[in-house]
Design a protein around this ligand. Structure first.
Ligand code: PMP
Length: 296
């Protein structure tokens, strides 16, 4: 989902309490994170040397863990400290962190309770998800046929290590030579993109699906809603259909890796005049300023 470029040989990985060289950062084949995708994770940005929205990411991680009955073997405060320590150890000023908690070492059976202790690792590197040109010109995407997980299956609000649902939609996008796809829920309403939340602008009003539509509670999404409201823009959370996307005046995605990116075409339908619109551009700018601590 997010290509982390590390510092290769010099990169230090935080692994279960120790900072180790990346070549020594290994976990066992009996870890249920690997055997079953049994675990949770966060992707977090570092802007101007500061870990962005760390408390919100830590809260979401512990809520994801609670939902799958995974006990994280350290306190939220200690884990936040470990994240900062990893960033400092790698001298990351503009970058990306991957924080992963797995169920830990168990047997080959499904039973998660035989795993005595969760395993935790933190990678701090750099990232550029999309080239700058794509932000200027806007992105073309498709609608995926793969339906987002039903809320009574693995709840989409859980950021679990099992991303196969989204990966199948991503494959559909890549097969169509586009980088992203919109996923719909079991009722046919827009849920989210494979790694981002969805927004449209129609007649000056911003619309975004509620989390209940099957989206991860995006941290970028929350900030963008706040920034839009500060600009006196109206934001309405409501169910969106494929038709709503097709006839939107503007369309953009938000996410930790992508930040704010304009969508200019979906399923062959051109959005607006085929360029990222004014609200998208304004919110992208405001997000950059907010992230780098240069708010108005
Ligand atoms: N939905 C999914 C499925 C994601 O993986 C992500 C990225 N973590 C998002 C939405 C956006 O969330 P955030 O803004 O917290 O990165």
């Amino acid at each position: 989902m997010c290509p982390i470029k590390g510092h290769f040989m010099t990169q230090k990985i935080w692994l279960d309490g120790n900072l180790v060289d990346s070549k020594d950062a290994k976990i066992t084949v009996f870890d249920h994170g690997l055997l079953y995708g049994d675990g949770v994770f966060e992707g977090i940005r570092v802007y101007s040397g500061r870990v962005f929205e760390l408390d919100a990411h830590i809260t979401r991680l512990y809520e994801s863990a609670k939902a799958i009955r995974l006990v994280i073997s350290m306190s939220q405060a200690d884990l936040a400290r470990a994240v900062r320590e990893t960033v400092e150890a790698n001298s990351v000023r503009e970058g990306y962190i991957r924080l992963v908690v797995t169920r830990g070492v168990g047997t080959l059976g499904l039973n998660p309770f035989v795993c005595e202790k969760s395993s935790i690792f933190i990678i701090a590197g750099s990232i550029q998800l999309y080239p700058e040109e794509l932000y200027e010109k806007g992105m073309k995407i498709i609608s995926a046929t793969t339906v987002r997980n039903h809320p009574l299956a693995i709840p989409p609000q859980v950021k679990s290590l099992n991303y196969l649902n989204n990966i199948l939609a991503k494959i559909e996008a890549l097969d169509s030579n586009v980088p992203e796809a919109v996923m719909y829920n079991h009722e046919g309403y827009v849920a989210e993109a494979t790694g981002d939340n969805v927004f449209i602008v129609k007649k000056g009003v911003i619309h975004t699906p509620p989390d209940e539509a099957g989206a991860l509670g995006g941290i970028t999404r929350g900030i963008v809603i706040k920034l839009a409201q500060q600009e006196n823009l109206q934001v309405v959370e409501k169910n969106l259909t494929r038709f709503d996307l097709y006839v939107a005046d503007e369309f953009f995605l938000t996410g930790t890796a992508a930040e704010v990116i304009g969508i200019v075409e979906i399923d062959g339908r051109i959005i607006g005049d085929g360029k990222p619109g004014p609200v998208t551009s304004l919110l992208r700018r405001r997000f950059f300023e907010y992230a780098h601590g240069k708010e108005k």
